[in-house]
Every structure is written in structure tokens, then in C-alpha cells.
Design a protein around this ligand. Structure first.
Ligand code: SAH
Length: 343
């Protein structure tokens, strides 16, 4: 049977018309599904029992459920989220003094092959449905209220998967999360992180979603980047830059470059120079992400000394740079550690 959440509002209206109901029923149901995140048709209390029974004959709702919940000593919560077909993704709640961030997944596994990332070691199983993305946000919002007494404030698409490889569903999920008749969250507090597909970046810029964009760069030297992220041979840095400039021109939003520093890989002065030159081509800032080792040999040595040089040189060159503290490392919830160890 079909999941009722695969229907648009117009399709819901058509459905209610075919069963002889008024169009406003569609709006009522849409509100339960997308604004209240209700997972049970039987709890739609403003519908009559016969009508609920009729809907139940025609549709199901595929829920997600938290299968395993792990809490880090720093407050980070990692959820092993079970999908209707038994597959698992991970969704992380990251609290700070003032905000709660949800780090959500867009795919089961990942299509890409970044050498340093634990998720890349899994094979991509499938794309997440719109509702499966929205459900992650809703469940972390509930956890934030329960454990921190405040609603979710930010969302980052930095969990498992490459958002641009599940483009349609990610965009639709963002619409459901931000629409006033959906969850009503501000798009300014949503960041889509991509490893860099130029065409998709431009397409996303044209959607006019008002979200932020982060690009996983890790090296501004083509050859080095291609070794670290082998799929990127298909996407030259010049094409990515052109797409980022287009993004800025269309959205006016500063781009964040995500960057890890590894001993012997991108710790030399020429690496720093290349990065400065690259990010000066578009209004941007650099987030130096603390690398979380995943036992991949070559990439297991983060260079703190080189990180400090990066910060010094970037600042001197007038580039905004931040060192991002890693969170949830003790429960494998940190960047690049999401790999369903719970399975
Ligand atoms: N596929 C998307 C989003 C997922 S990864 C992307 O590539 O942007 C989110 C961020 O974590 C990316 O910048 C990625 O490069 C980084 N990352 C991956 N593995 C990591 C690890 N082990 N330690 C620190 N950061 C990592």
C-alpha cells in the first residue's frame, strides 16, 4: 500500500474528491502529516471515524523509529534510526549553550568514496524518502524539547550520504521543513553540505530555498583532492568555483569550506597558499574540522601544528577561519564516523 506522505497537497485534494469528501479535508490531513508530524491516521481527531477507516483502507504511513539512542558525555545524542524496510541511518543531536543542531542523513550509506570517511565504506543502499528526512528533524526537535527544554534551532545535512545525490527528496524535505504549513523552520538555519557537484549546486541556487551551503573541500590542489576524494576527478575545482560564484550571485549567502588537515597529505605551505587563493575567489569562510580517525591509516593523523599554521596564514590573508570542535566522538557520532556500528 502507498504511504500517504508521498502525496502532495493537490494529490490529497484529488483523493478526497474521488471519495466524495470536501477539499478542506486535504488541508486537515496535510497539517497532521507535515506540521504535527503525526504517524497515525487514527489520531487525526478532526476526521470522523468512518473517514479515518476509509483512509486506512487506502494508505499507510511508514514511520521511522529510534532503534538505539546513545548519549555522549558532551551532551550529543546519536540516534540509530530504523526505516520501514529495516535499513538504518544515523541522526545526531548536537547541543551547545544556545542552540540545538540536528545533523541529518540523506542516504542510506553513500554514493561517494571519500577515503577518510566511515560512511563511504558502506555501500549506498538507497535514497531516503522525503518523509524519512523530515522525520529525523521532527524526532530531534522532540528530543531537544525533552532533554534541553528548547526546540531545535539548526539543521545540517552532514549525516550519512551526499544530499546532492538525493536532490529531489532533499529539496522537497527542506520545503516541508520550512513551509508555514509544514514545520515552519527558518531556512537560514539550514545548511546543505556537499562534496561538490557543480551542476547540482547551481540547480540548488535556482530553487531559491534561502538555505546555506557548505562545501567539503579538504584540498584546493586538484591532484591532492582527487586522491582524497576519488569521485572528484569528474568535478574539477574550477567548475566547482564557477558554481559557487553562481551560488553567491543568486543567494547572497557566504559559502563555508569544510577542511580537515592531515599530516603528510595537506599540511604543507603550498596547500595553505592554494586554499587562500581558492577561497578568495568567492565570499566564503573556512571551517577547519577536527578529523575523527576511523582507522584508515593514511588519514589517521591530524596535524594540530599544521592546523595552527592554517589559522595563522588564513587570518593574515583576511580569510575568516574557525576551528570546529568535534562533538560526540566517544559514541562515534562525530563527522565521518556515522557507519551504523549499531547494526
Ligand atoms: N556528503 C556531504 C555531507 C556528509 S559529511 C559532504 O561531503 O559534505 C559532513 C562533513 O564531514 C564533510 O565535510 C566531510 O568531509 C567531513 N568528514 C567526513 N569524514 C570525517 C572524519 N572522519 N572526520 C572529520 N570530518 C569528516
Amino acid at each position: 500500500m502507498k504511504d500517504i506522505r508521498t502525496l502532495s497537497l493537490d494529490e490529497l485534494k484529488d483523493y478526497f474528491a474521488t471519495i466524495g469528501e470536501k477539499p478542506f479535508r486535504a488541508k486537515q490531513v496535510y497539517d497532521w502529516l507535515w506540521s504535527k508530524n503525526l504517524h497515525s491516521i487514527d489520531e487525526m481527531t478532526n476526521l470522523s471515524k468512518p473517514l479515518r477507516d476509509r483512509i486506512l483502507q487506502d494508505f499507510i504511513i511508514n514511520p521511522v523509529s529510534v532503534d538505539v539512542l546513545q548519549k555522549s558525555t558532551d551532551g550529543t545524542i546519536k540516534n540509530g534510526v530504523k526505516l520501514h524496510d529495516g535499513l538504518m541511518v544515523e541522526s545526531v543531536l548536537i547541543p551547545t549553550e544556545t542552540r540545538t543542531t540536528a545533523c541529518v542523513s540523506s542516504q542510506v550509506g553513500c554514493s561517494l568514496n571519500c577515503e577518510f570517511c566511515a560512511t563511504a565504506k558502506l555501500k549506498r543502499m538507497r535514497n531516503l524518502e522525503v518523509a524519512e528526512i523530515v522525520d529525523q528533524v521532527a524526532l530531534i526537535d522532540k528530543q531537544s524539547k525533552l532533554y534541553f527544554d528548547r526546540p531545535l534551532s539548526n539543521i545540517v545535512f552532514m549525516g550519512m550520504g551526499e544530499p546532492m545525490m538525493n536532490y529531489k527528496n532533499v529539496v522537497e524535505a527542506i520545503r516541508k521543513i520550512t513551509q508555514s504549513d509544514g514545520m515552519g523552520m527558518s531556512p537560514k538555519r539550514i545548511t546543505v553540505s556537499t562534496s561538490g557537484m557543480p551542476k547540482m549546486i547551481k540547480m540548488l541556487a535556482d530553487e531559491d530555498l534561502k538555505v546555506k551551503l557548505a562545501l567539503s573541500l579538504h584540498s584546493a590542489i586538484e591532484k591532492t583532492r582527487n586522491e582524497i576524494m576519488p569521485f572528484s576527478t569528474k568535478f574539477p575545482l574550477t567548475d566547482i568555483m564557477e558554481a559557487l560564484q553562481y551560488w553567491y550571485q543568486k543567494t547572497g549567502n557566504v559559502i563555508t569550506f569544510e577542511y580537515c588537515v592531515w599530516k603528510g597529505i595537506n599540511d604543507k605551505d603550498e596547500d595553505i597558499k592554494a586554499l587562500i587563493k581558492y577561497c578568495k575567489k568567492v565570499p566564503s569562510k573556512v571551517n577547519l574540522i577536527q578529523y575523527n580517525p576511523i582507522g584508515e591509516g593514511k588519514y589517521d593523523h591530524r596535524s594540530i601544528e599544521a592546523e595552527e599554521r592554517y589559522v595563522r596564514e588564513l587570518s593574515k590573508a583576511g580569510v575568516t577561519v574557525m576551528v570546529r570542535r568535534s562533538r560526540g566522538g566517544d559514541i562515534d557520532a562525530a563527522c565521518g564516523q556515522l557507519a551504523n556500528k549499531t547494526n
